[in-house]
Design a protein around this ligand. Structure first.
Ligand SMILES: *[C@@H]1O[C@H](CO)[C@@H](O)[C@H](O)[C@H]1NC(C)=O
Ligand SMILES: *[C@@H]1O[C@H](CO)[C@@H](O)[C@H](O)[C@H]1NC(C)=O
Ligand SMILES: *[C@@H]1O[C@H](CO)[C@@H](O)[C@H](O)[C@H]1NC(C)=O
Ligand SMILES: *[C@@H]1O[C@H](CO)[C@@H](O)[C@H](O)[C@H]1NC(C)=O
Ligand SMILES: *[C@@H]1O[C@H](CO)[C@@H](O)[C@H](O)[C@H]1NC(C)=O
Ligand SMILES: *[C@@H]1O[C@H](CO)[C@@H](O)[C@H](O)[C@H]1NC(C)=O
Length: 317
């Protein structure tokens, strides 16, 4: 009986010891897990993360290249924040991703201005092409817009916008959608054709003023050929409109038939007041792809020509 009791006591002791051992082992593992050496203050330098080796020591492993202010683990998704040149896309929120071509800086929030943005440094916008995009200047980062009134590649083009209008640094377009009087076309770079000389008087009889002008000749006149037509206008010198400006009347349009004609002659025989002075001018309508240009520029104005009707009576002496 005693012996039996003694035996069962040692069995109980043994079981107790076993349970305690298991408990301690488990407990030790838990303790080891909750206080790893990596949690010690400044266990690893910045831009590294701490990893525990099987022998209980630690190793400090470099953060992913995309990480800015350190990381909690390997790869671009454990970055605390992204380095300049990387961002967190809204579709893939935690992963630092390289900027799209054409963007750089913190959060990729700045725009490259290099001629070839493939060669733009995504960290700081440096143009490795060593060439700025159209409309920009200031190598090597090219973040400055062209100086006022210039645009395009190397800021090498002059704007031709109306006064007080704004010129696009990239294309030369004006914010009003118009160009300065003598200009037209993309970026207002087409000089509209214009005769250098005004129309001249051929002859005048009452209510018949005949004027002439030389055909557009691109080696002496302004702007580009070919020419679609000439618009002949006249203006009564004393006529002043309500807004203070004298009005021009379009008298006739003459097509340039490109038949080698050197001189054009037109007789103005209606709309003329007797014994009144008139100015004349000829506006040239340019042509592109067989279509007349929408804009014309005002031609040079003739000297005053009088519609002489009353025969001067000889003065008595
Ligand atoms: C970058 O984005 C983060 C997160 O959206 C924001 O907190 C931070 O202010 C941004 N920084 C800049 C310079 O835009
Ligand atoms: C981009 O610029 C950064 C900072 O100036 C520099 O460290 C890096 O080497 C550059 N990258 C390239 C591809 O030139
Ligand atoms: C030109 O730009 C200035 C400043 O942005 C603006 O106030 C003005 O209205 C613009 N002018 C025209 C003609 O669009
Ligand atoms: C006007 O004068 C010109 C030149 O003298 C002449 O050729 C033309 O026939 C005249 N026109 C009219 C309608 O009288
Ligand atoms: C254009 O002007 C030039 C220079 O005055 C002249 O030599 C040429 O013959 C003119 N052309 C025509 C078609 O009149
Ligand atoms: C001049 O033109 C304006 C606008 O087109 C018009 O309102 C005015 O009546 C014209 N004046 C004369 C004297 O023809």
């Amino acid at each position: 009986m005693y012996r039996d009791t003694s035996q069962s006591m040692s069995l109980i002791k043994f079981l107790l010891l076993a349970v305690l051992t298991v408990f301690f082992l488990l407990n030790c593992r838990t303790l080891a897990q909750s206080t790893p050496p990596c949690l010690r203050l400044n266990a690893c330098p910045t831009n590294t993360y701490c990893a525990e080796k099987p022998d209980g020591t630690i190793s400090c492993i470099d953060c992913d290249v995309s990480c800015g202010l350190g990381c909690d683990g390997p790869g671009p998704k454990f970055c605390k924040s992204c380095k300049a040149g990387y961002y967190k896309p809204s579709t893939n929120f935690h992963v630092c991703t390289e900027c799209h071509v054409g963007f750089y800086g913190v959060n990729c929030s700045k725009q490259c201005r290099c001629l070839n943005n493939e060669l733009c440094n995504k960290t700081d916008g440096f143009c490795n092409s060593w060439k700025c995009d159209r409309g920009y200047t200031g190598l090597p980062y090219c973040q400055d817009k062209c100086p006022i009134n210039t645009f395009g590649l190397d800021c090498g083009f002059v704007c031709h916008c109306p006064v007080n209008d704004n010129c696009s640094n990239v294309q030369g377009d004006c914010s009003s959608g118009k160009c300065d009087a003598d200009w037209d076309g993309p970026g207002c770079q087409r000089r509209l054709p214009k005769l250098v000389l005004p129309p001249r008087l051929q002859s005048v009889t009452c209510n018949n003023i005949t004027i002439y002008w030389d055909a557009f000749n691109k080696s002496v006149d302004i702007g580009l050929d070919p020419i679609k037509q000439y618009n002949v206008l006249y203006k009564q010198i004393t006529t002043v409109s309500a807004n203070g400006k004298t009005n021009w009347t379009n008298y006739i349009s003459i097509d340039d038939l490109h038949d080698g004609r050197r001189t054009f002659i037109v007789s103005i025989t209606s709309g003329l007041l007797q014994d009144v002075d008139f100015n004349f001018r000829v506006d040239v309508v340019g042509m592109e792809n067989d279509k007349p240009l929408k804009s014309t520029t005002a031609g040079t104005v003739s000297a005053a020509i009088r519609n002489t009707c009353t025969v001067n009576k000889p003065t008595c002496s």
